[in-house]
Every structure is written in C-alpha cells, then in structure tokens.
Unconditional design. Structure first.
Length: 95
C-alpha cells in the first residue's frame, strides 16, 4: 500500500469547485490550511494557509490532491504527502 492509499479517508469528501482543469476545496475552520487548489494541466498544487502564506508545489500527482480532499485531517495528510514528498515549492507574494 502506498502513502496516498494509507491516508484515512472521510465518509464525505470535501466539496470542490471545478473550473476547466482547475480544482479547489476549502478546508473548513479547523487547522492551519484554509484551502487547496490544483491545476491538472501543470500538475501544480496551491496551498493557502490561515496565517496568510500561499505556496505552489510543482509536479504533484492528481492522486495527492484527491487524497488531501478526502483526508480526515488535511494538515496531517499535507505533512505526509506533500512536505515529506519532497516536491519543489515556492512562496507566492502576498497581494
């Protein structure tokens, strides 16, 4: 079983907004992550933190985005799948 399959899933995955090849979901009021977005054509993951930071992660598979959306804890799944996954990232300027 790979790491993506090992994430504990919710019974009701978070609702997502889909526009073209871009997907996004809000994480609710708990935790440090406010929202997660994904662009399938570029395999880029956008993570917005409650503290105001926005980061883009490169070459992230769609399965990782789906695992985050379905995880009981987005923060824990993010730490396991994205931070420990070694994806290149950059911080976006705060507008």
């Amino acid at each position: 079983m790979n790491t993506v399959d090992a994430i504990v899933k919710r019974d009701d995955p978070r609702a997502e907004q889909i526009v073209g090849d871009t997907r996004r979901f809000d994480c609710g009021k708990a935790g440090n992550i406010a929202s997660v977005g994904y662009a399938a054509s570029t395999a880029m993951l956008l993570v917005t933190f409650r503290g105001g930071g926005r980061y883009v992660y490169s070459d992230v598979p769609m399965a990782v985005y789906e695992a985050l959306r379905q995880a009981k804890s987005v923060g824990s799944a993010f730490a396991t799948l994205v931070r420990q996954g070694g994806y290149e990232f950059r911080k976006l300027d705060d507008d």
